[in-house]
Design a protein around this ligand. Structure first.
Ligand SMILES: [Fe+2]
Length: 294
């Protein structure tokens, strides 16, 4: 069966069929996947038995592995051993062995965010693979930041043009950093353009999220909060989303520059085990940077 591309929603996401990503890849198939990724921001591969090395090899077909800015593993972290794990993988899991967590970001809901947007060189992409999933929930929702920008009224586009936003993250999944408790320098943070230009497609994408965007520069706190809420009505619009219900053996790869994602709640007592790698990225290009204007 030849490789084929099947959109998952009107705005974002496509399923790739007809390729076994655990095997060496045909360069022609890689080219098809790469173009589909640029077109749809999120790619899904179903029914792919992958060990850690096979997943890492697949990620490397698209570029250099990304590093991490925040080590979320607690001090009593217990990294498992075996073919499902290696040192480059980050495990996202609520499983505890001998009372010690084997993964990070364990339980419950996680608000919309761009992975690593609080870094000067955010990881370009994330590749998340499902090993164990709960009976319900733990879904990953993706939202197209191209569509969010296109849907803004011109007056709102004008109000955010040229602005930067403070992106920050510490340990919480469903609340922002409280800077009355934590000095800014004590948490990973970065000032980023509020609208970016995608380095390959040349398109504009909004670069704010409920979890990680804290303050728009040049505005009072109240003005900033009000403007962020206005933007979230567009970035979290259900009409521009795809919600993925995981099955074991799914791999999702997403572009962190043109999509945001969030996780829905799930039963704490049920096991969820995911394995993640990332692709390295470069400094974000402001949409108004004329040197790169498409
Ligand atoms: Fe994430």
């Amino acid at each position: 069966m030849p490789i084929s591309v099947h959109p998952l929603s009107p705005s974002i996401g496509a399923e790739i069929r007809g390729v076994d990503i655990s095997k060496p890849l045909d360069p022609k198939d890689v080219a098809v996947m790469r173009q589909a990724w640029l077109d749809h921001c999120v790619l899904l591969f179903r029914d792919q038995p992958l060990d850690a090395e096979q997943q890492r090899t697949f990620v490397r077909a698209f570029g250099e592995l990304g590093g991490r800015k925040v080590r979320l593993e607690p001090t009593n972290y217990k990294r498992p051993e075996g073919p499902d794990y290696n040192a480059d993988a980050m495990l996202v899991s609520n499983i505890r062995e001998d009372g010690k967590p084997i993964g990070v970001l364990p339980d419950g809901e996680m608000w919309f965010h761009h992975d690593m947007c609080y870094s000067a060189e955010p990881n370009r992409a994330s590749f998340l693979y499902s090993i164990e999933v709960p009976s319900w929930g733990g879904n990953t929702m993706f939202s197209s930041m191209y569509a969010a920008y296109e849907n803004l009224p011109q007056s709102l586009k004008d109000r955010i043009e040229g602005r930067t936003v403070l992106q920050a993250f510490d340990e919480y999944q469903d609340r922002r950093v409280d800077f009355s408790e934590r000095p800014l320098d004590s948490v990973p943070h970065c000032f980023q353009p509020i609208v970016l230009r995608h380095p390959e497609t040349g398109k504009r994408a909004i670069y704010v999220s409920r979890l990680m965007s804290h303050r728009i520069e040049g505005l009072t706190e109240a003005e900033s909060e009000a403007l962020l809420e206005e933007l979230f009505a567009y970035t979290e619009d259900p009409a521009i989303r795809y919600e993925h219900v995981w099955r074991p053996g799914d791999l999702l790869m997403w572009d962190n520059l043109c999509s945001t994602h969030a996780r829905t709640d799930f039963p704490r007592e049920e096991r969820r085990l995911m394995r993640r790698y990332t692709l390295a990225g470069e400094p974000v290009i402001p949409a108004w940077d004329q040197r790169t204007a498409a």
